[in-house]
Design a protein around this ligand. Structure first.
Ligand code: MRU
Length: 352
């Protein structure tokens, strides 16, 4: 089926550019009103960009961190990979601490550490090659998942997505948004609904803009409209990404995902999680073990710099939640589709 999809036609945005001496990140805080790249010349600038959501989305922060290690290597003098590894460790720790929930960050740094294994003075080249491999493999995985996920969608379906899981969140094409792109390319999807995704508005600002670049016109809905929309029968599949998928299939994703899964089950819509295997964490048995990032409550007080909340109010701002595996109909990775995921099905797919 993937041969029927014109991937380049449906995939124009690139959030991460390696120039050979710096990392350029499309500033996602300013989209869709300004299209501007921020130039990072050292690894701490990359860590800051990840923390500030200049770059965001689980695969994209892993890829950026890998390039951050390449930048950190510039300041290191080492005869071999082992010496380089110990000198690079503090920078890797700072990159890893930038955000806690998406496992792709630690996964990418582990790959960069492994690239330093073995003797030889060519450790800089090995690091640069590995960062490029991580990015290239992500794009290939997304295209493959697009075809696998689209194969589950019946013609004429309405789909709903949450947050931004597209090219902006990955090396390109996207995960859940990749499945939606593939479904649209194959003529299977009648309508795409994008939830606003308060408080940071990834759906309203990023998904809407990104799909518009491809000539796909999503319908924006308030997060609070989802159950009402599903009740009317407009949604056959809710399709979301993931920041971490545990050994039993429990999945952390953007806050609001859990309530979408509950509403989908109640109204007979199916629920699909799409993520590369770099998002699978077989070392965490269930969602109870995932650290959920809580961000500055100030993110909830204003939209576009204009205050919308009463003065002196308290707020709680968890930015991810966990969807229990029992509410998930299919997990799609580049390794295949896991229907009705549980610990046994995850073990069969990923070992451990
Ligand atoms: O806070 P964000 O914008 O980084 O959260 C992103 C999400 O929750 C995405 O759904 C997830 O990272 C998958 S992106 C392919």
């Amino acid at each position: 089926m993937s041969q029927d999809i014109d991937f380049d036609r449906y995939d124009r945005v690139r959030p991460i550019r390696w120039t050979g001496d710096a990392l350029e990140l499309l500033d996602q805080r300013k989209l869709p009103f300004q299209v501007e790249y921020v130039r990072c010349e050292d690894s701490d600038a990359v860590a800051d960009a990840i923390r500030a959501l200049t770059v965001r989305g689980a695969p994209a922060i892993g890829i950026s961190a890998a390039w951050g290690v390449v930048l950190a290597a510039r300041g290191v003098d080492a005869a071999d990979g082992a010496e380089a590894a110990s000198k690079l460790e503090p920078a890797m720790q700072r990159l890893n601490a930038a955000r806690p929930t998406a496992v792709n960050l630690a996964w990418a740094l582990a790959r960069m550490r492994r690239a330093l294994d073995g003797s030889g003075s060519d450790w800089r080249e090995r690091l640069e090659r590995e960062a490029q491999n991580i990015a290239d493999e992500d794009l290939a995985a997304n295209r493959h998942m697009g075809a696998l996920g689209a194969a589950l969608i019946a013609p004429g379906s309405g789909v709903m997505t949450h947050c931004n899981t597209g090219s902006l969140a990955t090396a390109g094409f996207g995960t859940a948004l990749g499945v939606i792109r593939a479904g649209v390319a194959l003529g299977l999807i009648g309508k795409v609904y994008a939830g606003e995704t308060r408080p940071w508005l990834q759906g309203a600002r990023l998904t809407s803009w990104e799909l518009q670049q491809d000539g796909i016109a999503p319908t924006l809905v308030a997060d609070a409209a989802a159950a009402h929309l599903m009740k009317g029968g407009a949604v056959q599949w809710v399709i979301v990404g993931a920041d971490r998928i545990c050994a039993n299939g429990d999945t952390a994703n953007k806050i609001g995902t859990y309530q979408l899964a509950i509403a989908a089950r109640h109204h007979g819509a199916k629920f699909m999680v799409v993520a590369p295997s770099s998002t699978v964490d077989m070392d965490t048995p269930s969602g109870d073990g995932i650290e959920i990032e809580e961000r500055d409550p100030g993110e909830m007080f204003a939209i576009g710099g204009v205050r919308t909340a009463a003065p002196d109010i308290e707020a709680w701002n968890p930015v991810f939640d966990v969807t229990p595996h029992a509410l998930i109909d299919a997990i799609v990775t580049e390794k295949g589709v896991i229907e009705r995921p549980d610990a046994a099905a995850m073990r069969a797919a990923f070992g451990h």
